[in-house]
Design a protein around this ligand. Structure first.
Ligand code: SF4
Length: 415
């Protein structure tokens, strides 16, 4: 009998699937066929895969799990950012965010249900940790997002319709949708989501095994085939696992630094008591950066807390000699948040101090803040989504059951 102990199809690389199929008495060549349906056509139910025999489909259904994540809500912000609430098989909810920008589409995935770390500026941190995500649930977010974004044109979702409904008219996205070849096969179809960042709910390095396996799967040529440069793991400073990012995966590294000194950092990030800035920096200086790579430093700007010129200079000192990119994030306030956003002048002065020292720096444009999809705002509460959607123009799609293809009712909420 099939149980939740059964492995999920989205957790396999082609090599792993071949040996799994062998044990089930199914020829190994079926692995390529199965993954082709799933990742090139967006078909995940073996009964719908035309070149899989009924007998093999039954065998597969008996031994593996195929159900995708259940979409609870989907919200599109005024700037085109899409936030999904996905329900896991045990009823927990997680959030995944798609951020379209000119020339790239970034998917921000969650790695845990909630988070233990309680960074004081972070909405997710207020809810505690329920559990780690499994590796197939991490891949499942990418698969569902690709499905919802219309990557496989025979799927019912029509992003173009969403564009019309919401008035979202990012020229890149509109052009990409118009030019998308209807019958193109293969990996290029995956590129609506060009980049993946582990910056959603949770601390990825506290769930290393699953994050590592998910990355292996996402990078496998027979699945999405992402290159290591297209994936970024962001950590708040779980020192013991930082080296593994380079050794085992070779993907990009982002550090949520947020303060350049122990006193300030401990105030806003309790993890700094366990691994302080000195330990963190020692691990980072030992981190074997690949050629032409750099560390991204995430720095949320909290009014009168970490945003002075003095802090900027201390940050420069801290990262001296490390190929770096500083990403300044204007704080996105959420209900009950203990901090305020730094004013524009202060942010500009901080940025200029970094930039004058010859370090690449960017002030991140807040994306999706009207649907609480911006950095540090994720929380995973259905009720919150609903209350928010009455205030902002967005499209909310409700799926009442686990049925992937059930009729979608679209509710357009006006301003
Ligand atoms: S910022 Fe990241 S690590 Fe910190 S509480 Fe939020 S989700 Fe956890």
């Amino acid at each position: 009998m099939k149980t939740t102990q059964n492995k999920h199809i989205l957790g396999f690389t082609e090599t792993e699937l071949k040996s799994e199929l062998k044990e089930m008495g199914i020829p190994a060549f079926r692995a390529g066929q199965l993954l082709g349906w799933i990742y090139n056509k967006g078909i995940i139910n073996p009964d719908e895969m035309k070149n899989i025999s009924k007998k093999d489909a039954e065998n597969l259904q008996k031994n593996l799990r195929f159900e995708p994540l259940t979409m609870v809500t989907e919200q599109i912000a005024k700037d085109g950012t899409v936030k999904w609430l996905f329900r896991l098989h045990d009823g927990h909810d997680i959030e995944t965010v798609f951020i379209p920008e000119p020339g790239r589409g970034t998917l921000c995935v969650s790695s845990q249900v909630g988070c233990t770390l309680n960074c004081r500026f972070c909405h997710t941190g207020t809810q505690g940790l329920a559990r780690n995500l499994t590796h197939d649930e991490i891949v499942g977010q990418v698969w569902m997002a690709a499905l919802r974004l219309g990557q496989w044109s025979d799927q019912p979702f029509d992003l173009k319709q969403h564009v019309e409904n919401t008035g979202f008219d990012d020229p890149w996205m509109v052009e990409m949708l118009e030019k998308r070849p209807e019958k193109e096969e293969g990996l290029e179809r995956a590129r609506i989501i060009s980049n993946i960042v582990f910056m959603g709910m949770g601390e990825p390095l506290f769930n290393w095994d699953n994050v590592e396996k998910a990355n292996d799967t996402l990078m496998d040529k027979s699945t999405f085939g992402y290159g290591s440069r297209k994936i970024t793991i962001s950590t708040s400073g779980m020192v013991p696992n930082i080296g593994k990012i380079a050794q085992n995966l070779g993907v990009n590294l982002a550090i949520s630094i947020h303060a350049p000194d122990n006193e300030t950092r401990t105030k806003i990030m309790p993890i700094n008591k366990k691994w302080d800035i000195n330990e963190l920096m020692a691990a980072l200086r030992a981190f074997p950066l690949k050629q032409r790579r750099r560390i991204t430093w995430e720095y949320v700007m909290l009014k009168d807390t970490n945003d002075s010129i003095k802090h900027a200079k201390m940050l420069l000192k801290l990262i001296e000699g490390i190929p770096s990119f500083v990403n300044i994030i204007p704080f996105n306030e959420w209900p009950g948040s203990p901090f305020k956003r730094s004013d524009a002048k202060t942010i500009e002065a901080f940025k200029n101090t970094i930039s004058k020292a010859g370090i690449d720096v960017n002030v991140r444009r807040s994306r999706g803040s009207d649907i609480l999809a911006a950095c540090g705002q994720l929380r995973g509460e259905t009720s919150k989504f609903n209350s928010i959607s009455t205030e902002f123009p967005s499209v909310v799609m409700q799926y009442g059951t686990d049925q992937q293809k059930q009729k979608v009712s679209v509710k357009i909420v006006s301003e």
